[in-house]
Design a protein around this ligand. Structure first.
Ligand code: KG4
Ligand code: ZN
Length: 333
């Protein structure tokens, strides 16, 4: 039995969790700064790192207390080292290093995207499979042949899917983070605004969302100039449907290409109700098993870091105190 204390602070959530054997959640503490960043329309990096520094100690202590265990009973300390906002990452990483060193516990470095993917292990997923990772900073289709092995089959050439949701939401006056509000608004809308999809989707598994975002912005500006009222729900649904179709089509092409029979969703955008529904339906049609994390494990959390770290723990793949935080690191080695 292994109890891992996991820490995540790559963006605007300070999170800590205790996870047993990679799948049993003993605690899951998330301190979100979203409300504070809302007034700026997005995450302000300096504010984020300062807030992480203020709460990290109490978040970690609460994770241990909720799990009903002491630091002594922990087998390893895991932490997100990359990618993300460097100032934010450094807070979690420095704390984890000090804690591991002081308590003489092994330190495990986890890639944030890997963490998002491994959130699916809590739902019983095992490799090989293909994962769509769609978050505020990433849109990747990744083939996972085995634990800790990742091959990128396709990725965004410009904006991440979540970033497009956030930008379109801002244009529609829906505020930050945009994904949940677009998801909600789209439920009452009609898909009636034609949006051209980028051509290269037919040839590669790569994505591009910036043209779709611009098409929506232009539509809103044109309507404004003509003095026409914008139906926010219709715009939200037309945008969401287009993005969901592209994400679904490309990922399932990836599933065929990799020759696997399992597919999963990961990252903040995996909470999107239309995307979950679309994947579920396509998986059924194609005889593929579909997995997605519980909603609380889609957006940033430390449980997913603990789930990923377990497979490094089993293989004794530990990091030294020279481990550094990095803003950009590809998931493939
Ligand atoms: O994984 P995450 O919490 O942080 C990053 O690693 O970026 O993802 C945050 C992103 C934001 O862009 C947010 O708008 C998006 O996930 N998101 C959603 C939904 N919930 C969160 N996008 C679409 N539909 C949702 N329901
Ligand atoms: Zn994330």
């Amino acid at each position: 039995m292994a109890k891992i204390l996991a820490i995540e602070s790559s963006c605007d959530e300070t999170a800590a969790a205790v996870v047993e054997d990679g799948t049993k959640v003993l605690s899951n503490i998330i301190n979100s700064q979203a409300k504070l960043h809302k007034k700026y329309g997005g995450v302000v990096p300096e504010v984020a790192s300062r807030l992480h520094a203020e709460v990290i100690d109490s978040v970690v202590k609460e994770a241990l207390k909720t799990a009903n265990c002491t630091l002594d009973e922990i087998d390893a300390v895991a932490v997100t080292y990359a990618p993300g906002l460097i100032g934010s990452l450094l807070v979690g990483l420095s704390y984890a290093k000090a804690l591991a060193h002081g308590a003489n516990k092994p330190l495990i470095a986890v890639h944030h995207i890997e963490g998002h993917i491994c959130a699916n292990y809590l739902s019983g997923l095992t490799p090989p499979f293909v994962s769509l990772v769609a978050s505020g900073g990433h849109s990747h289709i990744i083939y996972v042949p085995d634990y800790r092995k990742y091959k990128v089959l396709g990725k965004t050439r410009d904006d991440a899917a979540g970033e497009a949701f956030d930008k379109v939401a801002r244009v529609l006056g829906l505020g930050y983070p945009g994904g949940p509000s677009i998801d909600k608004a789209a439920k009452m809308g009609k898909n009636r605004i034609p949006i051209t999809k980028p051509k290269f989707h037919e040839e590669t598994l790569d994505f591009s969302f910036s043209g779709i975002k611009t098409a929506i912005i232009n539509y809103c500006h044109n309507a404004e100039q003509k003095g026409e009222e914008i139906n926010v729900s219709d715009v939200a649904m037309s945008f969401q449907d287009t993005v969901v179709e592209i994400l679904t089509d490309n990922t399932f092409k990836g599933v065929k290409q990799a020759g696997v029979k399992k597919v999963c969703l990961a990252g903040g955008v995996a909470s999107n109700s239309k995307l979950r529904e679309s994947f579920k339906q396509r998986a059924q049609e194609e005889g593929v098993e579909f997995f997605c994390p519980e909603l609380i494990f889609c957006t940033d959390n430390a449980v997913m870091i603990g789930a990923a770290a377990y497979h490094y723990y089993l293989r004794k793949e530990f990091s030294g105190l020279d481990l550094n935080a990095m803003a950009f690191v590809p998931i493939e080695d």
